[in-house]
Design a protein around this ligand. Sequence first.
Ligand code: NAD
Ligand code: UDP
Length: 317
Amino acid sequence: MKRILVTGGAGFVGSHLCERLLNEGNEVICLDNYFTGKKSKITHLIDNPYFEIVRHDVTMPYFIEVDEIYNLACPASPVHYQYNPIKTIKTSVMGAVNMLGLAKRIKAKVLQASTSEVYGDPEIHPQTENYWGHVNPIGIRSCYDEGKRCAESLFMNYHYQNDVRIKVIRIFNTYGPKMEPDDGRVVSNFIVQALKGEDITIFGDGLQTRSFQYVSDLVEGMIRMMATGDDFIGPVNIGNPGEFTMIELAQNIIDLTGAKSNLIHMPLPKDDPTQRQPDISLAKEKLNGWEPKVPLKEGLTKTIEYFDQLLSGKIIR
Ligand code: NAD
Ligand code: UDP
């Protein structure tokens, strides 16, 4: 049994990760300030005596003895990370400093949930880990993109300067049950709109692409990355290479829900990346043949079921 700290553990990805780590017989400490996370995502785990919840903000130091740290604390939806951009930068940067300082002191392994956003609006396609990215450093997405880029730099430098045992993964758009209906990300927006029979809001011409990964594939990749030897630190892309335009995504959701929704076009947010697709060769090589198992239609079906139950009151948030 390992003792594992998960920051951002009450969020969408963090709650799935906490559950999986507990199911594998670990002791899990979930740390969260509930900015975008919710206790209801983890309350079903509370009866497990090996699960603990801590209300804490990662911008403040935190001390605990653990074997591993997964650092997920940070809002991930553009709507939420742009709500208080300074706080977003502080969360990424000071959160990284605090978790790296903790890892250094207690000699724990620490994994950073970085993002495909470090590639910005990429000029090479698909994106490989050695691509440096194309980020607007003063744009509306920069609080998130540059915060995560600075966190990557901190991780590398704590490793080289202080021998901290780090792991950096770059996560591509991930979706699944336990996303918030008002989260603002495209998959949850489209599903909720379809289930309510509302118009589906396509930003811009809808020809921009994203590659959508189901959450269980991400969690598997995270756990495999943490289990690699100290000589592999990343960064490594974790995503599903299946690439879709937003119109194709909307069409898939309309087909699966049987909704009568119309597609309406709204202004494209500034600096919205035009394309995104992970090259996952490195992940396959280093993570024991890891690759995504859940195709888009299957993942969407499970996510639609979740939102259907949520909207009809069968799941309480
Ligand atoms: P989320 O918003 O559901 O979860 C983030 C969690 O962090 C929430 O529980 C929130 O309350 C918590 N948090 C935010 N600021 C905090 C702070 N200062 N102190 C403590 N807790 C704080 O988002 P998610 O989709 O679960 O993303 C989890 C992580 O994965 C994030 O770091 C995100 O950047 C990264 N990531 C996610 C995706 C994706 O598509 N889901 C893609 C790339 C990277
Ligand atoms: N998007 C959209 N309609 C929505 C929400 C998002 O067309 O209601 C688009 C958005 O402009 C972007 C893509 O969907 O091109 C993915 O957006 P999301 O916020 O989910 O993630 P990110 O842009 O960070 O990849």
